[in-house]
Design a protein around this ligand. Structure first.
Ligand code: GAR
Length: 216
């Protein structure tokens, strides 16, 4: 059984979707050991509380990135965490943190990486005028919003989209590809070679990578 440590900063809907998929049995080999937030008002902390999951607020006031990440590492070690799930965690992690959990940190980003890295990915997509965008789950490396890609979803950008409507359409697909990615990792179906190459178990096919917009 893998122990997951989930890092959040806000709403926590991706954390909730992973939790629901554990509760339903879709993700069989994992449990959420702890949820950590850098924001004490994060709604995701209430979701953890309601579901009897340990949750911790770690304040970043007056701390350097290194000092903060040391607290994070200590807390994750205290809960014996195997895999770190970034679910809307709006802080950049230090090299030390990434080294500590090398190849064991995954993130979700609301764009088809490598396009639209950084903040406001949905706004960037609208401003660029792309016709399709989506979401990406990837392993975390030292480069921001980079690293081997595990799963992606594609959604259309509609002519009357606002940042909110597009974000909502992308979010629905995030709630499919993030649990899927956690399932694959915790069933040892994803093999990383070096820093870049991933191979996925033979029993999985390309259907697992994309979410058909018509299904939404
Ligand atoms: C999600 O859309 C996620 O992709 C995004 O923050 C949102 C968190 O929502 N993450 C990033 O932009 C990271 N670069 P949630 O708190 O409801 O899961």
């Amino acid at each position: 059984m893998y122990k997951l440590g989930v890092l959040i900063s806000g709403r926590g809907s991706n954390f909730h979707s992973i939790l629901k998929n554990i509760q339903s049995g879709y993700i069989k080999n994992a449990e959420i050991a702890v949820v950590i937030s850098n924001n004490k008002n994060a709604k995701g902390l209430d979701i953890a509380l309601k579901n009897g999951i340990d949750s911790v607020f770690i304040d970043s006031d007056n701390l350097s990135r290194e000092e903060y990440d040391k607290l994070l590492i200590d807390k994750l070690r205290e809960f014996d965490v195997d895999i770190v799930i970034l679910a809307g965690f709006m802080r950049i992690l230090s090299r030390r943190f990434i080294k500590e959990f090398k190849n064991r940190i995954i993130n979700i980003h609301p764009a088809l990486l490598p396009s639209f890295r950084g903040l406001h990915a949905q706004r960037q997509a609208l401003e660029k005028g792309v016709k399709f965008t989506g979401a990406t789950v990837h392993f975390v490396t030292d480069e921001l919003d980079d690293g081997p890609i595990i799963a992606q979803s594609v959604v259309p950008v509609l002519s009357d989209d606002t940042e909110d409507s597009l974000s909502e359409r992308i979010l629905k697909t995030e709630h499919k590809i993030y649990p899927l990615s956690v399932k694959l990792i915790t069933e040892d179906k994803i093999i990383l070679k070096g820093d870049k190459i991933i191979s996925i178990g033979d029993d999985l096919n390309d259907d697992f990578y994309a979410v058909n917009p018509k299904e939404l």
